[in-house]
Design a binder for this molecule. Structure first.
Ligand code: SF4
Length: 150
């Protein structure tokens, strides 16, 4: 069975920043023929609930910055991603929660250092590595749209 890496909140895990989930039963049905390997970098690194963060672009480098402390908290997320893909080298498909600064594939809000919105097509820090590794990767909403009969 092929493996899909999936944002854990989409599976119903209550790991969102506010302790809620993003359960998406339709998406889970579409993935019925895959073995699901869940991940949640933010819960692992910072616990739940936790302060929100934003993607900030500075000199073409994207970082995750805490909205509470204003600190760059990218490093633990990137380390989690490296370990996840090292431990799971056979992921065939990656589906990340849209708009998340960690899990968005091409839907994250990206700000400049003054917190001015630059665009809404950013890649989260976990998804960044999935793309670098050449794994077929989609935002959850995009994958659903591609596979749901109208
Ligand atoms: S979007 Fe990603 S980081 Fe946020 S709760 Fe879901 S799995 Fe965790």
């Amino acid at each position: 069975m092929k493996k899909v890496a999936l944002s854990a909140c989409l599976l119903g895990c209550t790991c969102r920043y506010d302790g809620d989930d993003n359960l998406n039963e339709n998406l889970l049905q579409l993935l019925a023929n895959y073995e699901i390997i869940p991940f949640c970098p933010e819960d692992h690194c910072f616990g739940t609930p936790r302060p929100t963060m934003d993607l900030i672009e500075n000199f073409n480098i994207i970082s995750a910055v805490s909205n509470e402390s204003n600190e760059d908290i990218s490093e633990p997320i990137r380390t989690y991603a490296k370990i996840f893909f090292k431990n799971n080298p056979d992921i065939a498909l990656f589906i990340g929660k849209d708009r998340s600064p960690s899990c968005a594939v091409r839907s994250g809000k990206v700000y400049d250092v003054e917190k001015k919105l630059l665009h809404k097509k950013g890649t989260g820090l976990m998804s960044e590595l999935a793309l670098e590794l050449g794994i077929e990767s989609y935002d959850a909403e995009v994958y659903e749209g591609m596979h749901t009969l109208k």
